[in-house]
Write a protein that binds this ligand. Structure first.
Ligand code: NAI
Length: 337
């Protein structure tokens, strides 16, 4: 046996795949639920933990896992993990760097089209048996300006798709990808300028302490009135209360959202009663509920990654990550140990 590998947030299908591909690699223990402070005892015997993003692997959890030797997250994002603490303790963290950046970009495009052509309201109407288009006028993407914030792997695919729609593409990234300028005429500029000029802003940046609430009251005040916001990156990039205020004032006319701040609580509302909960968390949860019910907003439940092709890539890369950690020949490590 090469150690105990404890998996959280894995369904039956994934469990079978991991059992098959990791046979003989260690003792495998599977839990379909996420790891929280309430069930930390399940993680304590683990040499390696595998999870998706709803598991809490922050510093306060890592403190209680003194024997941990490695973490494999089945995601691009690592904001659910106390990365500095893992580095300090020499615990390698491996992620799935690119399981299909087109997958998330296609979902961003789906949200945008659903808003521009009022697909959700249209389908709601016909499902009620009403076959009538009055009041469902949409708007064209062609000729509109899209502002891509973050032109990494996913943002680059968004540029490709927006180019297909003949949109004017502008972008902000501290490390501009000049290839996108050559291919699709993407014009890079600073954030305030981008906010001022965009008809649509779409976010594709990682969540870090620096990017938390990077779209807040100040940024909304710099936007072109009536702008459309798409967020398939991380909920906490946007201050939800400021977004509600911007919708109320018409600064934002529509929003398409796949990610909400502290979305874990929307999955398990018993978390509300946890002693870890602060007033701020309740306010965020209330704002999330208001956004989910808002007539100008469509929210999907962090579903952008969820295509058949992407899921196959996620499980295969996670298997490679685990084998790499066990053999010492690590791949896709995101921290420095
Ligand atoms: P990436 O690492 O390829 O690109 C991120 C880009 O953001 C980089 O070019 C970086 O320079 C830029 N950036 C960093 N800070 C910035 C800032 N303050 N302003 C503007 N740009 C900034 O990452 P990738 O693969 O494109 O993914 C982006 C994010 O999408 C991930 O970090 C993750 O949080 C999210 N994501 C969401 C999924 C979903 O299912 N909704 C699935 C996969 C990723």
């Amino acid at each position: 046996m090469r150690g105990k590998i404890v998996f959280f947030e894995v369904d039956q299908y994934e469990q079978e795949l991991f059992r098959e591909k990791l046979s003989g690699e260690g003792e495998l223990v599977f839990y379909p639920h996420r790891l929280t402070h309430d069930n930390i005892d399940e993680a304590k015997p683990a040499d390696y933990i595998v999870s998706f993003i709803y598991s809490d692997l922050s510093d306060r959890m890592l403190d209680q896992l003194p024997n941990l030797k490695g973490i494999a997250t089945m995601s691009v994002g690592t904001d659910h993990i106390g990365l500095e603490e893992t580095t300090r303790r020499s615990i390698p963290v491996c992620n799935v760097p690119a399981y299909g950046p087109n997958t998330v970009a296609e979902h961003a495009a789906a949200l945008l089209l659903a808003l521009s052509r009022r697909i959700v309201e249209s389908v709601d109407r016909t499902r009620e048996g009403v076959y009538e288009y009055t009041g469902l006028t949409g708007w064209d993407l062609k000729g509109k300006t899209i502002g891509i914030v973050g032109t990494g792997k996913i943002g680059a695919h968004v540029a490709r798709i927006a180019n297909g729609f003949e949109m004017k593409i502008i972008a902000y990234d501290p490390h501009p990808n000049t290839e996108l300028t050559e291919k699709y005429g993407v014009e890079f500029m600073e954030m305030p300028q981008l906010l001022h000029r965009s008809d649509v802003v779409t976010l594709h940046v990682p969540l870090t302490p620096e990017t938390k609430h990077m779209i807040g009251q100040e940024q909304f005040s710099q936007m072109k009135p009536g702008m459309v916001l798409i967020n398939t990156a991380r909920g906490a990039l946007v201050d939800p209360n400021a977004l509600l205020d911007a919708l109320e004032k018409g600064v934002i006319s529509q929003a398409g959202i796949d990610v909400l701040e502290d979305e874990g609580i929307l999955k398990e509302e018993k978390e509300f009663f946890s002693s870890y909960f602060k007033l701020q968390d309740y306010q965020t949860a209330l704002a999330n509920h208001a956004l989910m019910r808002h007539p100008k907003v469509i929210v999907t439940p962090h579903n952008a990654f969820n295509s058949k092709e992407a899921l196959q890539n996620i499980t295969q890369t996670t298997v490679d990550n685990i084998k790499g950690m066990l053999s010492g020949d690590r791949v896709n490590q995101v921290n420095h140990t």
